[in-house]
Ligand binder design. Structure first.
Ligand code: IVH
Length: 672
């Protein structure tokens, strides 16, 4: 009924599609959205509604297709016009220097070869064919020669442009094959696995498996619900266009709206590539997606052609792999640990394995519901993962390895440390020991009190605290300030000198800022950031003690749960006594009112990329002069990420943590 559709509607549909394509590009490729997510969602909803009402208006390249197409019974196959080869692997540094020597020998050159080095994404290789700028066919790598056609599935990935952009001086080729890696980010992976476990479905062992399972769905509406992403890293056959270098090709693809990894390092020597590998192996833990190594490619296309390929892999590229972040091992035992707030956490003791360069012998099992859902038993062979700085985790049991001798674990009925009753509060997944004097809780509280972000007492480490609690020398915070040299000298591995050092450190810690003091108290839901926000609003402990729950809730950055927790903590008689005893021991809280009047007081910044108008150092100094702080890495506590030109991985991390991202102009405004 195309002819009965009002021309205004047709125009509206076209306008919506153009706008949605553009906003997609701004968001996924440029990392620079112009509208909010909800505005985007509203536009998408409007488009879907119009297309539903007037089916004649539907089109194969409508952005609405990201919700999926009707299921198919099996995938068609397609032959790649140029085979999708694999890569040679290197496992140690000498392998990449050997590679460089092979390249030079083959090309008969003495000088340096120019390379481009890229993160090796741990996902699935795909090929997308654009005809006259429109996405026509997408296929998997398959055996490298023939792949499976997964066009409907690929169309559901938000960062895949359905229509290429004509931006810049390069005309879009009439036939363009691009290649890239489809993957699932870490946050998306966790969300997906949580959902699956809640629904009683088996978890995916890692993001790669999750991506593979999602991409090979016959029903693309399922794929549409999976958090798939893509980065493009090369081309297949291309008409009417010659690339001189790999880096140039990537830049041109980016101009067409194809998403290119922003941390690729172009035009470097083999030595620099070796350095980049080291950088990447650290950065890897901060990225919001898994990488399993680095790929080094000869940058010049003519040299690539001269080098050619073997039947398996190109001679102009090599992958230099990292150690895996995931391993399988056996659960030797499950023990319950009691934390600072009495929470009982089951911990799996593992047959030690090396995971990404670190020996892992324990992994958290979170709580009893998690154990039940994942059905982890003592003796099970399991997958464990270590991602970022987080505690290693048991992801999944390898069920077919079961022998029948595995033992089902059940939580103890009483606190394993002090024998007291345990309770499970409504709405909480954890059980808690009710005895606040439980030695395990006392130890953990004192460790926290002395830790870096709190009183920061150098030399009062975990082992020492445990020893002193066991000996009855410490049972409350204030006891720390009554320790004397004589008592200390009686302890294991404690000489006169270290005893004196500890006494000095304790003395020095007595002058403490209000925010650290609050954090040290170990109030539930009051981490370093919340403590800083509260200290910023109150200029004395008295005024905070007089604050009501609603006063606290009114503070930007304090939620109802934290507010309630602070209010009830400060009104509890036992806690008031505890605080008095600390202050009676000579602890002095300083209220940093001077600094507080500064406009950026308490704000934590991270800088990334090159800033136009000012040097990084200058920016740092100016932020600090305005009372703010600058840190090298993005965390949940970061208030602002200042993103300059070609920002690094910090941008992705900031985005995944929901940290506010600002540009240099905005920073200047903040600085006044
Ligand atoms: S280039 C002929 N670049 O690694 C060279 N591959 O082992 C083709 N991969 O199948 C690959 N990140 O799935 C290239 N930046 C990157 C990559 C990358 C991941 C995967 C790709 C390929 C496999 C080869």
């Amino acid at each position: 009924m195309q002819d009965s559709v009002n021309p205004a509607i047709i125009e509206k549909v076209q306008a919506l599609r153009t706008a949605l394509h553009r906003h997609n590009y701004r968001y996924y490729v440029l990392d620079d959205p112009e509208i909010s997510d909800s505005e985007y969602d509203r536009m998408m909803k409007e488009l879907i509604e119009i297309e539903k009402t007037w089916p004649a208006l539907s089109s194969p390249d409508s952005p609405s297709l990201r919700v999926g197409a009707p299921p198919v019974s099996k995938f068609e196959t397609a032959t790649h016009s140029i085979p999708m080869l694999s890569l040679d692997n290197g496992f140690e540094e000498s392998d990449i220097f050997d590679f460089d020597n092979r390249v030079k020998r083959h090309l008969k050159v003495d000088g340096e070869i120019e390379y481009t080095a890229e993160p090796k994404l741990d996902g699935l290789a795909v090929e997308l064919v654009y005809e006259m700028g429109k996405l026509a066919v997408a296929s998997t790598r398959g055996d490298g020669i023939v792949g499976e056609v997964i066009t409907s599935n690929i169309k559901t990935i938000p960062s895949v442009p359905l229509i290429l952009q004509q931006e810049g001086k390069h005309k879009i080729p009439s036939h363009l094959e691009v290649r890239g890696e489809v993957f699932i980010g870490l946050a998306g992976f966790e969300r997906l696995n949580k959902q699956r476990i809640d629904q009683g479905l088996p978890a995916f062992a890692n993001p790669r498996n999750a991506a593979a399972g999602s991409l090979r769905q016959l029903d693309s509406s399922i794929t549409a619900k999976r958090p798939l992403e893509i980065f493009f890293y090369g081309t297949g056959s291309v008409t009417d266009m010659v690339f001189h270098s790999h880096w140039e090709a990537l830049q041109i693809l980016r101009g067409f709206g194809l998403r290119i990894n922003p941390i690729i390092r172009p035009k470097i020597t083999i030595r620099e590539a070796a350095g980049y590998y080291k950088e990447l192996s650290e950065m890897r833990h901060e990225l919001s997606y898994d990488i399993d190594g680095m790929v080094i490619k000869v940058d010049s296309i003519s040299l690539q052609q001269e080098l050619g390929t073997t039947s398996r892999s190109p001679r102009w590229a090599i992958a230099y792999k990292f150690e895996a972040l995931q391993e399988t091992t056996r659960v030797m035992d499950i023990e319950v640990q009691v934390g600072r707030t009495g929470a009982l956490t089951p911990v799996a003791f593992l047959d030690p394995v090396n995971v990404g360069g670190v020996t892992v012998s324990r992994a958290t099992l979170h709580n009893e519901d998690e154990i039940a859902k994942k059905d982890v038993r003592i003796g099970d062979k399991v997958f464990i993962r270590r991602a970022g700085d987080v505690i290693p985790e048991v992801v999944k049991v390898i069920e077919f390895k079961r022998t029948g001798k595995e033992k089902i674990f059940s939580m103890p009925q009483n606190c394993p440390v002090c024998g007291s009753d345990i309770i499970r509060l409504e709405g909480e997944a954890v059980k808690r020991c009710i005895n606040t004097n439980c030695p395990a809780q006392v130890k953990e509280r004192i460790k926290h009190f002395a830790s870096k972000g709190a009183f920061d007492i150098d030399g009062l480490g975990d082992k020492l605290v445990e020893q002193m609690v066991d000996k009855g020398m410490l049972s409350s915070y204030a006891d720390i300030f009554r320790l004397d040299k004589k008592n200390l000298e009686g302890l294991e591995r404690m000489g006169g000198k270290s005893a004196q050092n500890l006494i000095d450190a304790i003395e020095n810690s007595k002058k403490i800022s209000f925010s650290r003091f609050l954090y040290a108290l170990g109030i539930r839901y009051v981490g370093e950031h919340v403590a800083r926000v509260i200290a910023d609003k109150f200029n004395s402990l008295e005024s905070l003690s007089g604050a009501s729950c609603s006063d606290l809730e009114a503070i930007d950055g304090i939620g109802p749960v934290a507010a309630k927790s602070v209010e009830s903590f400060l009104n509890e008689l036992e806690n008031i006594k505890t605080i008095d005893r600390i202050l009676d021991s000579g602890v002095q809280i300083f209220y940093d009112t001077d600094n507080k009047e500064k406009r950026l007081y308490g704000k934590l910044f991270v800088l990334t990329g090159t800033l136009d108008g000012m040097a990084r150092n200058l920016a740092k100094e100016m932020i600090e002069a305005a009372g703010g702080k600058v840190s090298g890495s993005v965390s949940r506590n970061t208030d602002y990420l200042v993103a300059g030109k070609s920002p690094g991985s910090k941008l992705a991390r900031a985005r995944s943590l929901g940290v506010e991202i600002i540009d240099e102009e905005f920073l200047k405004k903040l600085l006044g």
